[in-house]
Design a protein around this ligand. Sequence first.
Ligand code: DUC
Ligand code: ZN
Ligand code: ZN
Ligand code: ZN
Length: 478
Amino acid sequence: MATTLITGGTVVSSTGRSEADVLVDGEQIVAVLAPGSQLLGSDLTRSVDTVIDASGKYVIPGGIDAHTHMEMPFGGTNASDTFETGTRAAAWGGTTSIVDFVVQYPEQNVLDQYHLWHEKAAGNCAIDYGFHQILSDVQDSSLTAMDELVAEGVTSFKLFMAYKGVFLSDDGQILRAFQKGAENGAMMMMHAENGAIIDVLVQQAIAAGNTTPYYHGLTRPWQAEEEATHRAIMISDLTGAPLYVVHVSAKQAVEQIAAARDRGLNVFGETCPQYLYLSLEEQLGASSEEWGDFEGAKWVCSTPLRSRAEGHQHHMWQALRTNDIQMVSTDHCPFCMKGQKDMGLGDFSKIPNGIGSVENRMDLMYQGVVNGQITLERWVEITSTTPARMFGMYGTKGVIQPGADADIVVYDPNGHTSIGVGKAHHMNMDYSAWEGYEIDGHVDTVMSRGTVVVDGGEYLGTTGHGRYIKRGLTQYLQ
Ligand code: DUC
Ligand code: ZN
Ligand code: ZN
Ligand code: ZN
């Protein structure tokens, strides 16, 4: 099998950094060595097949984006990235694993949907992929399916407190699913927004003629997020099932999670780059020649962008530092402006909800290191190591150590990345949510299970290289 030595770089883990060479044999890391090591008396740089010079660069475990929606049917259309285009874009951005959400809508059979997602992904992914399962309108059959799915490596289940008729489960249904999670060890994930409140506010806004994208955020207030987060925590406490709150954007929701953790509960929070960098005020001010004030539709997602004046973004960075929030995923759910987002011209409630960032997460979070918001080690932790532990992949993924998959990124802190300028990105979108963002760093080389898939601005990956990750139970309980 082919051997590769990544030499001269600084290997960064969630707990520290050191100058070290990484030896890869086939699909796995076989050694992490002091620089210039001789193995069995021979000079490694001469005896390996390939040498990657990482001098002056960081060598990190490949990114794990634990929240994506490739080709998801949603909002009257489909998320615009397929598994093929979305995982290719992920690879470009230094992400080597995704965990995508199998969707079950009401009336659909959970296991049929799970098999359908395998059909969509198999043979199409550039990088490795696992699945979470979305449960809508929980029924008895959903509960028995949960046991089967855990055995298949789908060890996490997302429920919704919003989106009536689409995803919503009532509190009794949520309770029953959490009871099952407590029994089989699954991680229970929650979309924590009070949908009943939101539905009324949306109707009132539209009736009053407030139809622009800005009102999407105003009709999904932080109180609806805080209340739902609290309710989810109570159901977690009552049942003993661990809770992972997805796409947390409100500082008050963070406070609920922090308080629960202080009580010793297994409650965790995820945020996304959009809630760290973007704001409702910017959405209000967004305007273009092409779209007028509909420009703001580019950033319509749920939970919504929050007010900077209220301090949500500032608080979210702090929560990332203090581990009140444990990790960053993208909630990659891309839609084009033309033909998709524009369904909501004249009625913001018809804009498909979602932002695509799977390609940009590693860079955007690295900029947090440059800006002094998080440490280099914390960057690795929130983008790779914790996602691996949270979702039962650690050891194989999320770490550079012998025996782990050779999912490795060589990141250049002296490089530069201009995101999305002139639509220059690899996601299947006709715009970038991050156009104009400048990153003081660059993804140079990306290796997926021992195969170089991106190198020096060139794509070398292949459709179908990515394999299904059969995950174990969470390794992150406190
Ligand atoms: N939020 C989004 O923005 N898109 C997909 C589903 C969700 O909860
Ligand atoms: Zn959600
Ligand atoms: Zn999502
Ligand atoms: Zn570079």
